[in-house]
Design a protein around this ligand. Structure first.
Ligand SMILES: Cc1cc2nc3c(=O)[nH]c(=O)nc-3n(C[C@H](O)[C@H](O)[C@H](O)COP(=O)(O)OP(=O)(O)OC[C@H]3O[C@@H](n4cnc5c(N)ncnc54)[C@H](O)[C@@H]3O)c2cc1C
Length: 356
């Protein structure tokens, strides 16, 4: 079985990431079929190799020393659709994990299927979307995901996990917390609405789309806003060489929020905030970073903040992962010292623990 796999050695990982950063994978294989994935996992067990599952590489920072085991790049393709009669125009669409996410959103929008239009322009693959419950502009994939088909890495068992079983929260699921590294996502099924209205909940979006806007109008508007913030990878340039937002927006309790607000007031600022579940408050990390002395475009070596979005740490050209981590460290320290909150990074750090 393993003989059918084309396993390469010492493959530089930087080109497989949106950061364009990362050393070599000791072994690398791209899988197009479930049986190839199984064979790759079996090979790793036989050879005692650690495994990293790579999608579109848009939410990773890979170490300069690379990854010492087997990187399995997911390229399982295919989209299928099932209309549910009498269910309020509900349509179930299943996309394989290796489908390009933004092309999948375009596919749905062209077919007048509502539910993921605000997630236009997010890089990466379908299989990456449940991992951190991808969200933007007032929409999250957890609103439309009905099930996630997974292959358990140690047993090879295939299971369909429901939305509830996937444990979705803000930028969280079981796949990046309690069950991290247990499953490989094979496909994701979304419930969309044929002829449904687009979601226009986010203020930036409300400001630029007209009443009665179509799904396509909203998709185009989201992509325009993203382009203005350097959040469209395909537009290229240093501002797009990132992993998107590097930090999550901190969610704090009311007491901590009041303290932060008081501090902001003393400094002559009005602190923006959004309500979060359980009476908590979400504070924009970009605001905290900018109010901690970091201007957009701030540089540390070849790493720097995007010139158009303070939340994106970027590779200004030839940056090493170590430089990005130095910048991250400086930001964490200043934000914590001033605002008493420790920001949590969003991208996955790859090749650090394994190398020890
Ligand atoms: C410019 C830019 C803008 C972005 N904007 C947003 C945004 O608005 N909202 C948002 O939520 N995110 C955003 N992101 C982050 C990122 O695009 C998403 O998290 C995306 O879903 C990651 O998918 P990926 O295929 O690239 O995953 P990768 O980066 O390849 O992997 C990320 C993690 O998921 C795991 N993984 C990937 N595929 C699978 C699979 N099939 N099975 C099991 N594990 C898997 C990996 O092992 C890794 O731990 C942005 C990134 C960039 C570069």
């Amino acid at each position: 079985m393993a003989a059918t796999l084309k396993i390469e050695e010492n493959v530089v990982l930087a080109p497989f990431t949106t950061f364009r950063i990362g050393g070599k994978a000791r072994y690398f294989v791209e899988v197009r079929k479930e049986k190839e994935l199984r064979a790759a996992l079996e090979h790793a067990v036989k050879e005692d190799l650690v495994v990293f599952i790579l999608g579109g590489g848009s939410n990773v920072l890979i170490s300069d020393s690379g990854f010492p085991g087997l990187v399995i790049r997911i390229n399982l393709r295919g989209i299928s659709r099932m209309d549910i009669p009498g269910e309020g125009n509900a349509v179930l669409v299943t996309a394989m994990a290796g489908e390009d996410w933004d092309e999948f959103v375009a596919w749905c929008v062209e077919r007048d299927l509502a539910g993921i239009e605000c997630l236009s322009g997010i890089p990466g693959l379908v299989g990456g979307t449940p991992i951190q419950n991808v969200g933007a502009y007032g929409q999250e994939v957890s609103e439309s995901i009905v099930s996630v088909r997974v292959l358990e890495r140690t047993t090879g068992e295939v299971r369909d996990l429901s939305r509830d079983e996937s444990g979705f929260e803000y930028r969280k699921s079981i796949f990046n917390t309690s069950q991290k590294d247990r499953f490989v996502v094979l496909s994701v099924t979304y419930e969309l609405k044929k002829g449904g209205a687009p979601k226009i909940a986010y203020k930036d979006l409300q400001n630029i789309v007209e009443d009665g806007a179509s799904l396509k109008d909203v998709r185009n508007a989201v992509r325009r806003i993203r382009a203005s913030k350097g959040m469209l990878v395909r537009q290229g340039g240093a501002d797009a060489r990132s992993a998107g937002s590097f930090f999550k927006n901190p969610v704090v309790d009311q007491e901590s929020f009041e303290e932060m607000k008081g501090k902001a007031g003393e400094l002559g600022h009005e602190m923006p905030s959004f309500p979060a579940p359980y009476g908590k408050v979400k504070v924009p990390a970009a605001w905290l970073i900018e109010r901690s002395g970091f201007e957009r475009g701030y540089r540390k070596g070849n790493a720097g903040l995007s010139t158009v979005h303070a939340l994106a740490l970027t590779n200004r050209g030839g940056a090493m992962a170590a430089e990005v981590l130095e910048l991250k460290k400086e930001i964490l320290a200043k934000v914590e010292a001033l605002w008493g909150v420790l920001l949590e990074p969003e991208p996955n750090l790859v090749g650090y623990e394994e190398a020890r």
